[in-house]
Design a protein around this ligand. Structure first.
Ligand code: SPV
Ligand code: MN
Length: 630
């Protein structure tokens, strides 16, 4: 149904009067054809067009409960949701970018032949919403009326998805009406497919297909948020292509205000792969959060600025406890709209998760059904009370530490960018890059992480993950690195680039840092972006002086920082760093299309510096061997 007139009259005949009038008010041909095509294909019984009026929002919330996708908990406004036992994380294998013949992205991408995949998805979508309601929702990725933002329309038969998105994104029905024919938007089509006990039954037919040509994403037979919340990781693939064409960046980054001396606030963005402490960093005590997951970055009048694409958090709940995460803990215990997914729920309507810090219940229900300690799945594996990727959703406004500039249409100025992964043996806990190019290449483009439970598959394997964005890229990696290098060219003062590593261990496998140490690293970085303190130059970057950290540990954590700990944590591990350079260079040689030449040059220079230091000092070099630079 490519003809807008035909689409409009089809909708008029097929939708009830209220729904049709709501779409008609927007007067947008692309919208008419989009909705008509998928109503005709999916054959929903009803179409509910959400205007974002309070009664419409309440209706979606109630539908999620009525359909059995969510259930109320004891705390008013709180609900829980289960995804299917085999639908607990992003499905990398069945998530594909649809490539037209002749287009290539590189071997690290999961791609599908576009013609075949569109035919496949067409077959799966036919009649998939029979007997169900299609919810139509309008959102903005980024603040309303902002040069950063992109509009989006979601079609879904899952009230849970429509509800989740309501807490995570800015509502935009009125904005669509205002823009009318001028509204351009990304399109998302989702169906949970047939449900059994409220969960997707046909996970073996799970598909997440990203059509970068028409800017439409299809997601079927799945419910897990990372596969279904169109505006989250699915929109990232579309946005990264747009950004590349238009000269801005779409990043897998938190944004937060670090509070320095005399009321100074410096904004940092941070890219860490899933389950590496990104959300808990953005939530650190004493600082303020703008966002925890996705940022758009643009050069605005010579300054790099960032907005949070979202307005809520879909965060990992495992390990959230009163002591380590007081801000999240408080929000999770306050009446208001919170969705818990894949946690354990007790008879009295309380959620429990691993690492909550309270006694484990003797029984309850979880994503496997009724649960008791020692319960095993069909493969004989013990089922934990909550899934390691169990999550919570709530709007950022539930947080006391929310930064006041969340909705600033011009974003916040970025003073520093931080890259961090799960790395047991190579990077020091915090380090500044020499300059933009050095930082983008040796920290962002060289980011690796030991794998976790946020995607299906083996855990604990070292994975290459440039800018923590590898799962979401839709352009060749070489071009993406080039875009990152280029953005600094128009900036009066590019942000400083840093790496962090919260997961460093000693030779016996013992963690070298406590969970709280990151608070000190960020205060140090805040001082560095203003050149308030000197740093020590090493072959891999600039590291803190012991005397500066001593002061910060005392001030921030009230603890004594021992020289012995400093030396262990900041020892330069030459063999591990050299091995990393070899690994990364090989990946860029063999698996990446269009690697910029400068990447190999910068890695080679770093290797030379490491070899020179090794000749002088040996394999493991105490930070005290390097001299502070003013
Ligand atoms: C992540 O895994 O990086 C998340 C959650 O933020 S998901 O929505 O699954 O992407
Ligand atoms: Mn994420």
């Amino acid at each position: 149904m490519r003809n807008p007139k035909e689409a409009r009259s089809y909708l008029e005949s097929r939708l009830d009067k209220v729904a049709f009038e709501r779409i008609e008010r927007i007067q947008n041909d692309k919208l008419f054809t989009f909705i008509a095509e998928f109503v005709a294909k999916c054959e929903p019984e009803n179409v509910f067009v959400c205007t974002d009026a309070p009664e419409d929002i309440a209706f979606i919330r109630e539908e999620a409960i009525r359909r059995g996708e969510e259930h109320p908990l004891a705390t008013p406004g709180h609900t829980y949701h289960f995804d299917g036992y085999y639908d607990q994380a992003r499905d990398r294998k069945n998530t594909g970018i649809l490539l037209p013949k002749g287009m290539e992205l590189g071997p690290t991408f999961e791609t599908k032949d576009r013609d075949e995949a569109l035919a496949d998805i067409d077959r799966l979508l036919r009649g998939i919403m029979r007997g169900h309601t299609m919810y139509v929702r309008f959102f903005s990725l980024g603040p309303l009326r902002s040069p950063f933002s992109i509009l989006a329309v979601q079609l879904t038969d899952s009230a849970y998805v429509a509800h989740n998105e309501d807490l995570l994104y800015r509502q935009a029905y009125d904005e669509f009406v205002r823009l009318g024919p001028k509204a351009d938007f990304f399109r998302f089509v989702h169906s949970a497919g047939e449900l059994e006990n409220g969960v997707s039954k046909n996970v073996h037919l799970r598909r997440v297909y990203i059509d970068i040509i028409d800017e439409i994403v299809y997601s079927v037979n799945t419910q897990y948020g990372g596969n279904t919340i169109g505006l989250k990781k699915l929109a990232m693939r579309l946005a990264i292509r747009r950004a590349s064409a238009e000269g801005w960046l779409c990043e897998h980054m938190f944004i937060m205000g670090i509070h320095g001396p005399n009321g100074r606030v410096s904004y940092f963005t941070g890219a860490y792969p899933s389950l590496c402490g990104k959300t808990s960093t953005s939530m650190m005590e004493g600082e303020t959060i703008v966002g925890d997951d996705i940022a758009y970055l643009r050069n605005i009048n010579g300054e790099l600025r960032a907005v949070n694409v979202e307005r809520g958090i879909f965060g990992i709940i495992q390990g959230v406890n009163a002591e380590d995460d007081p801000a999240i803990w408080k929000a999770l215990h306050t009446p208001g709209e919170v969705i818990f997914s894949n946690v354990l729920v007790t008879e009295d309507g309380q959620p429990y998760w691993i690492g909550k810090g309270t006694p484990m219940p003797e029984r309850g229900i979880n994503h496997s059904g009724p649960w008791y300690p020692g319960k095993k799945d069909t493969q004989g594996r013990e089922i934990p009370p909550s899934h390691p990727n169990a999550r919570f959703t709530f709007p950022l406004e539930m947080l006391e530490n929310l930064d006041s500039r969340l909705n600033d249409p011009m974003g916040v100025p970025v003073a520093g960018i931080v890259y961090g992964g799960r790395d047991s043996d190579t990077w020091v806990p915090v380090e500044e890059a020499f300059d933009w190019v050095h930082g983008i290449i040796t920290k962002g483009a060289a980011l690796e992480s030991e794998s976790t439970a946020a995607t299906l598959g083996a855990e604990g394997v070292r994975e290459f993950n440039p800018m923590s964005n590898i799962d979401f890229l839709s352009i060749p990696i070489g071009r993406y690195i080039e875009d990152n290098l280029n953005i600094a060219q128009g900036l009066a003062r590019p942000p400083r680039i840093f790496s962090v590593n919260y997961f460093l261990r000693d030779r016996d496998g013992k963690w070298l840092n406590s969970k709280l140490d990151k608070r000190v690293w960020f205060k140090w970085m805040e001082l560095r972006v203003h050149d308030d303190i000197p740093a020590i130059r090493t072959p891999t970057g600039l590291i803190p002086r012991y005397e500066d950290l001593t002061v910060l540990f005392q001030k921030i954590l009230g603890s004594e920082y021992r020289l012995e700990d400093y030396v262990k944590q900041f020892t330069l591990r030459v063999p591990e760093n050299l091995a990393k350079i070899e690994r990364i260079a090989r990946i860029y040689q063999e698996q990446v299309i269009g690697t910029p030449k400068v990447l190999f040059e910068v890695l080679a220079e770093q290797k030379e510096r490491l070899l020179a230091a090794q000749r002088e000092f040996g394999d493991y070099i105490s930070p005290l061997a390097f001299v502070a630079q003013e």
